[in-house]
Design a protein around this ligand. Structure first.
Ligand code: NI
Length: 203
């Protein structure tokens, strides 16, 4: 496949993903995908990897998110269909599908080892759960799940979720640059949570 074909394939995939995910809630739709692609390319500029595979996998990584498909994760299956339809080569299809199938947080205990390209996309996805964007996404998600942000009672809150999940993510980053970017974003979240608690005490 020459570079024109590769560009065409990326642009068709991009259009298809935007069309399918455009209506999904902010934070889990097209806006998230665009940020993951851009994070992945920043990381790749530092650590290398095959940019074609990285961009395709980043575009497709949430195409069949379980939240929107009756609890069944279908991203790998949909990725395969889309890449086949656009005439992708077998090794590219296998590689991208393997990445999409194995990068999610839910699968961290039984996931198969990721390639360099997969590690890059996973870091890019995790980065989008952190920092200012991570704060907004987490609050919106908690709200849609009917969870309070904060409570003096012993109930699950979004505030606890930050500590249980998000503030551990930087430890699990694959690349050095991913870890550095994650630490910066994590620091901002810690400051936000401290400030929230301080204001809570005054009020
Ligand atoms: Ni994602």
């Amino acid at each position: 496949m020459d570079s024109d074909d590769a560009r065409r394939m990326i642009s068709r995939t991009r259009d298809r993903v935007r069309e399918r995910m455009g209506l999904q809630g902010a934070g889990h739709g097209w806006d998230h995908v665009e940020r993951v692609v851009s994070n992945a390319l920043v990381i790749s500029a530092d650590v290398g990897g095959d940019r074609f595979v990285i961009e395709l996998a980043a575009l497709l990584h949430d195409i069949g998110d379980a939240k929107f498909h009756d609890g069944r994760e279908r991203s790998g299956e949909f990725s395969r269909q889309i890449l086949l339809e656009f005439g992708g080569e077998t090794d590219v299809i296998e590689h991208v599908t393997h990445i999409v199938d194995n990068l999610s947080f839910r699968r961290r205990h039984d996931a198969r080892p990721l390639s360099l390209e997969g590690k890059i996309v996973q870091d890019a996805d995790r980065l989008d759960a952190l920092g200012a964007i991570g704060i907004v996404r987490t609050i919106e998600y908690g709200h849609s799940a009917g969870r309070a942000f904060y409570s003096s009672e012993d109930v699950p809150t979004t505030f606890d979720h930050f500590h249980e999940k998000l503030l551990r993510l930087s430890e699990s980053m694959n690349t050095e640059i991913g870890k550095r970017l994650a630490k910066e974003r994590e620091q901002f979240m810690v400051e936000f949570l401290e400030r929230y608690q301080a204001e809570q005490r005054i009020g």
